[in-house]
Design a binder for this molecule. Structure first.
Ligand code: GDP
Ligand code: GDP
Length: 434
C-alpha cells in the first residue's frame, strides 16, 4: 500500500501495453486533461503479494519536437515528484534515440530507483541488440516483451525490491483523516482553520515515503492524524500537472487514511473529478464525509440546502448513506461539526458487532423477507457474522449463495445500515456456503 511506480518513456515504446498487462481495467483511473488528447492512467497491481500503484504518465500530443520535449519534462517531473520508483521504457526496435538520451540524462540525476526496461525484445536477435542501451549510462537493463509478458517477472521482482517499506495501515489507533478534493475547494483553508496554529500539533510522525506524512493533532477534544495534507510539495513548473498532482495526492492520502473529508466548492458542485475521488475512497473502503465548503457564497432560499443535499445524494447513488456537512471555512461555520462527524464515521467504521446481537436482529428480518426463489430454488440464510477486518465486512451463510441477487444484497445492506448506523462507511457483504 502506498507505493507508487511511474512508467516514463517516449511515445510508442509500449508503456500502455505494459500498464494494461498489469492493471485490471476496472481498477484504473483515467485522467483526461481537458482540451488535450492525452490520458494518464493510474491503477493498482500486485506482484508476489506486494501491492503498489502504477502510473502510466501517458500518451502524447502529436506535434513538433518542442512538444515532445515539453512532454518528456512533464513525465519525468511527475515521476520524480510522485513516484517511489521509476520504470524507464525504451524500444529495441528503434534503438537508442536522441529522446531516450534526453530522458536518461534527466534520470541519471534522480535519487530514486530507476529501472531501465528494454521493450519489444521478442526474439534472440533483439536480445543481442539490446546491449546498445548500456550507452544510456543507467547500468543494468531488463529486456522485456510487454505483448507476451516475457521478462516482466524479473523486472517486477526488481521493482518490488527497490520500493521502500510501507507502514501497516492498522498500526495507529488514532483516526487518520485525509482532506481531499479539487484544487481551490478550500482544503488548505479548512486545515488551517481546523488546526489553527502550530501549537495544536502534538508530534510529527515521519512517513516511510518521503512525502507521505502523518501529523498528529489534538483539537476540539479530539486526537487525530491528518494524512498527507495539501501543499507540502513544490509547485509544478508545468501547469497541466497541477490537477493531476492533486489527483495523485488524493490517491495517496486516501490509501493511507481511515476517513476522507471530501471538500467541495459549493459554487462548483459535485463534478466529475469530485466523483472520481468519492468512488476511489469508496473502492478503498474508506469512511467518507462530504463537506460542502464556501456555503457563504451561495444565495440561500428556504430549500436551498435541502435541494443541494438531494442533488449530491443523486450523484452518489447507490452509496447515499453519507454525511453531508455544509461549511464555510471563511466564516468558520461548522468546522467543528465537520471534525465531529468524521470522528463518528471513524467509530462506525471500526465498530465490531457481536455475532449474537447481529443474528438476533438480522435473522428475524431475513425470515420476514427471505431471498426470492431463483430458478425454483429456495435460499435459506442460517447465520451471519462480522468478519475481523479493519472495515466492516459481513458474511451471511446459506445453502445456495450463488442464487442471491444484487437487489437482495442491497436490501441486506440497507437493513444493516438502519439497524447499526454505518453512515459514511462502505460495507461489504458476502454470501457464503454453509
Ligand atoms: P506507448 O505509447 O508507450 O504507451 O506505447 P503502446 O503501448 O501504445 O505501444 C506502441 C506499439 O508497440 C503498439 O503497436 C504495441 O502493440 C507495440 N508493442 C508494445 N509492446 C511490444 C512488444 O513487447 N513487442 C512488440 N513487437 N511490440 C510491442
Ligand atoms: P485548496 O486548493 O483546496 O487548498 O484551496 P484553498 O484553501 O487554497 O482555497 C482556495 C480559495 O478559496 C482561497 O482564495 C480561499 O480564501 C477561498 N476559500 C476557502 N474557503 C472559503 C469559504 O468558505 N468561503 C469563501 N468565500 N472562500 C473560501
Amino acid at each position: 500500500m502506498g507505493n507508487i511506480v511511474a512508467i516514463v518513456g517516449r511515445p510508442n515504446v509500449g508503456k500502455s501495453t505494459f500498464f494494461n498487462r498489469l492493471i485490471q481495467r476496472r481498477e484504473a483511473i483515467v485522467d483526461s486533461v481537458s482540451g488535450v488528447t492525452r490520458d494518464r492512467h493510474y491503477g493498482k497491481t500486485d506482484w508476489n503479494g506486494h501491492r503498489f500503484s502504477l502510473i502510466d504518465t501517458g500518451g502524447y500530443v502529436k506535434g513538433s519536437d518542442d512538444v515532445f520535449e515539453a512532454e518528456i519534462d512533464r513525465q519525468v517531473e511527475l515521476a520524480i515528484d510522485e513516484a517511489d520508483a521509476i520504470i524507464f521504457m525504451v524500444d529495441v526496435e528503434s534503438g537508442v534515440t536522441p529522446m531516450d538520451e534526453d530522458v536518461a540524462k534527466l534520470l541519471r540525476k534522480v535519487e530514486k530507483p530507476v529501472l531501465l526496461a528494454v521493450n519489444k525484445v521478442d526474439n534472440n536477435k533483439r536480445l543481442e541488440n539490446a546491449v546498445e542501451f548500456y550507452s544510456l549510462g543507467l547500468g543494468e537493463y531488463f529486456p522485456i516483451a510487454s505483448t507476451n509478458g516475457s521478462g516482466t517477472g524479473d523486472l517486477l521482482d526488481a521493482v518490488v525490491e527497490a520500493l521502500p517499506e510501507v507502514e501497516d495501515e492498522e498500526e495507529n489507533e488514532l483516526p487518520r483523516f485525509a482532506v481531499v478534493g479539487r484544487p481551490n475547494a478550500g482544503k488548505s483553508s479548512f486545515i488551517n482553520a481546523l488546526i489553527g496554529e502550530e501549537r495544536y500539533i502534538v508530534t510529527d510522525i515521519a512517513g516511510t515515503t518521503r512525502d507521505s506524512m502523518d501529523t498528529r493533532y489534538n483539537r476540539f477534544g479530539f486526537e487525530f492524524n491528518l494524512v498527507d495534507t495539501a501543499g507540502i510539495r513544490r509547485k509544478s513548473k508545468v501547469k497541466e500537472n497541477l490537477e493531476f498532482y492533486s489527483v495523485m495526492r488524493s490517491v495517496r492520502a486516501i490509501e493511507n487514511c481511515d476517513v476522507c473529508l471530501l471538500v467541495l466548492d459549493a459554487t462548483r458542485g459535485f463534478d466529475g473529478q469530485v466523483q472520481n475521488i468519492f468512488w476511489l475512497a469508496h473502492r478503498n473502503h474508506k469512511g467518507i464525509v462530504i463537506l460542502v465548503n464556501k456555503w457563504d457564497l451561495v444565495d440561500k432560499e428556504t430549500n436551498t440546502l435541502k435541494e443541494y443535499e438531494a442533488m449530491i445524494r443523486r450523484e452518489i447513488e447507490p452509496f447515499t448513506d453519507v454525511p453531508i456537512v455544509f461549511i464555510s471555512v471563511l466564516t468558520k461555520q461548522r468546522v467543528f461539526k465537520a471534525i465531529e462527524t468524521a470522528v463518528k464515521v471513524f467509530e462506525s467504521r471500526s465498530k465490531k458487532i457481536k455475532t449474537r446481537q447481529l443474528n438476533d436482529i438480522m435473522l428475524p428480518i431475513i425470515e420476514k423477507n427471505p431471498p426470492p426463489a431463483y430458478k425454483g430454488k429456495y435460499v435459506k440464510i442460517k447465520f451471519c457474522t462480522q468478519l475481523p477486518t479493519p472495515h466492516p465486512q459481513f458474511a451471511f451463510f446459506c445453502n445456495l449463495p450463488q442464487y442471491i441477487r444484487d437487489p437482495y444484497k442491497r436490501f441486506i445492506e440497507n437493513k444493516l445500515r438502519q439497524e447499526f448506523d454505518f453512515q459514511g462507511v462502505p460495507i461489504t457483504i458476502y454470501f457464503r456456503k454453509k
